[in-house]
Design a protein around this ligand. Sequence first.
Ligand code: F6P
Length: 463
Amino acid sequence: MGKLIVVSNRVAVPKARGAAGAQGGLAGALNSALRDYKGIWFGWSGAESDDENDEISTQSHEGVTTATIDLSHRDIDEYYNGYANATLWPLFHFRLDLTEYERETGKGYERVNERFADSVTPLIEEDDLVWVHDYHLIPLGERLRSRGLKNRIGFFLHIPWPPTRLFVSLPYHERLVRTMLHYDLVGFQTVEWRESFLHYCSEELGAEVNEETGSVTLDGRTTIAKAYPIGIDWDHFQAEGETGEARQAGQRLLSSTRRRTAMIGVDRLDYSKGLPERLDGIGRFFDQFPERVRDLVFIQIAPPSREDVESYKQIRAELEQKAGQINGARSEVDMVPIRYVNRGYSHAELFGFFRAAKIGLVTPLRDGMNLVAKEYVAAQDPLDPGVLILSQFAGAALQMPESLIVNPHSPDDMAYAIRTALDMPLAERQRRYEATIDTVRDDNVQHWTKDFMADLTSIGTSG
Ligand code: F6P
């Protein structure tokens, strides 16, 4: 068998793992996949070049070879800030109200996919497996096929797939999905997103779909669609938890909260994460149970993200206002109920914070999976575990039904869940932890990679 070629928008070398909390799940997941399989990780360097520059820069670090290109200001504007993050991201997270469509950014998206194909094709040899990631690069498989590639090519979508009725609001939606049918294998985080995709293919494209096997046949080509729920890098995270850095971080948090229970949220500053709604839930908790204001301190870590996109500027302003309002109304001279922190922390520090916080709050309005939910549970002390409050709209809720499942649109639901978590007896906390920890440990990122790679290796290709 040949080597593995991974292609994703961003490439994050292992030494940058410290920022993983800010980078989202994909970077950490791919680093561990590439540690296990010999191969090359190709993508954008994250840097802006002055002009169209096709130079590929390669580096090897801890067994991972990365090959990156820079993008021009126009490429970043149209492809990354534009079509990927102002069109596809909101649409795929069911936010039609925030979805913008501009012909120019659509063209930029296609142009950058073309550039990716031009640059990565010479790195691919006959027997190599190619694995493309996420919504930035949906058309890449078709672009590679048009250059004559007959390799097995897989694609994994890290975010949700929206219901057909929403998806058809995207101009040229057919064109986009038809390009996806040039992959041999298409992976989704949950069965729900896979079903929506199959529904679209059958209803809108008239493809022949087999719900059971997930095969989609159109114009003589067959693609298999399957769910592969992503997991965390359990061993690596546990090792981080053993470090002095993790212990110190936990101590720091505990000594600053004293007799109050720490409740924590860690999210990229993104509207899909439901942060204003979360603050509404906390505000409601303080309104309903004013005698408990001194029992709780909420720590929200929210590193800024995609700051050039208008909807992200707005969400940041809204959060600052809401956090300020609640603190203004509820603080005392010796006590502030919400600590709102706009920076990222290393994985080791996050482990320490998660273990010290007796409630984890993960309440996205829509999320492909959400690895923070899994990391929170993974960091708990089995003898005295904390409680995870989890949105019913995170992919992770399907795998972790023993968490306290909430509707993030309901401040009352969240307020009551917070009170339940605060008062939950040890035996029940342990029972919920025991019911969840096996899937967090066993359905890990190595397992995810192995499953996807095994299917991609054994599948036939329509070439
Ligand atoms: O999980 C979706 C995703 O876009 C990943 O591809 C990425 O690692 C993460 O969110 C962070 O986003 P960005 O690369 O835009 O900072």
